[in-house]
Design a protein around this ligand. Structure first.
Ligand code: SAM
Length: 260
């Protein structure tokens, strides 16, 4: 046993070094952070609790947020996701960029691609002028149900459309009796940003002056979308540097104004 002690000490030190390395990468590198939180921690917590992350977020909101108070709902989600369990909401830091763009645009018709638990939906809806309408598309029916309950808890009224953006966008004009959107928040899977932006153009849902704001253009990143927005003569585009929600990882949002 005495002979084994140095070997065990070395093995222990290597293990601690590997764990510290992983923790450091998870805190500072976006790909590692998403791999760790989405592929490992979330599945472990789902297994241990028998619930899903959106349901755990909903329960926390119902427990601590004041009913009918949107700011209290946002604070509850932010505190849960920064202290207890990371989640892919836009978060408070980039949320402030979102707030500023909504306030300066003062949109009447708003479309959101990617609802998840409804955090960004609440952020946008609480700032809209009276009579404005917000539609949010989510393909996962369970997420959509959680979002409805969180939005209701915030005292807000939003239409959540359940389905895939590529199927629903072409139906929007007829289904919702909408001519054009003044503001579109793009925050679903990053590979679909460019396809769905072109779909919005083809379906004639943008007017000169419509504002598109895309999240996560740095982490995980949407390079084809960024290239299109920055080189197309149809858009005037601007980058807002920030950090990935609830982490010290570089991220940013791209605001693009549709010209014609
Ligand atoms: C990053 S989360 C949205 C976060 C939310 N906007 C927020 O900040 O609170 C992305 C969501 O988009 C949904 N999604 C991804 N691709 C989609 C698609 N093509 N159509 C509809 N929903 C989609 C996912 O199910 C996921 O819930």
């Amino acid at each position: 046993m005495e002979k084994m002690l140095p070997v065990l000490l070395v093995l222990g030190a290597v293990l601690v070094a590997v764990l510290l390395f992983i923790l450091h990468r998870v805190r500072t590198d976006g790909a590692w952070a998403l791999w760790w939180h989405d592929n490992h921690l979330e599945k472990l917590k789902d297994f241990l609790s028998g619930t899903s992350r959106p349901v755990r977020i909903l329960h926390h909101v119902q427990k601590v947020a004041q009913y009918g108070d949107a700011q209290s709902v946002l604070s509850a989600v932010d505190s849960y996701c920064s202290k207890i369990e990371w989640a892919m909401n836009v978060g408070d830091l980039k949320g402030q960029i979102l707030d500023a763009v909504v306030l300066e645009t003062r949109p009447h018709y708003v479309l959101e691609l990617g609802t998840y638990c409804g955090y960004s939906t609440v952020r946008i809806a609480r700032l809209l002028p009276p009579g404005a309408r917000l539609f949010s598309i989510e393909m996962n029916p369970q997420y959509a149900q959680v979002a409805r309950e969180i939005i209701q808890h915030a005292g807000l009224d939003v239409d959540i459309l359940v389905g895939c953006t590529s199927d629903l966008i072409p139906q929007l004009k007829k289904k919702l009796d909408i001519e054009k959107f003044d503001f579109v928040f793009i925050d679903h899977w990053k590979v679909s940003y460019l396809r769905d932006t072109k779909l919005l153009e083809e379906c004639d849902l943008l007017r000169p002056g419509s504002v598109l704001l895309a999240d996560n253009v740095t982490c995980p990143g949407a390079p084809d979308y960024l290239h299109y927005m920055r080189t197309s003569p149809r858009y005037e585009s601007q980058y807002f540097p920030s950090r990935l929600e609830y982490l010290q990882v570089e991220d940013g949002m791209e605001k693009s104004v549709f010209l014609a």
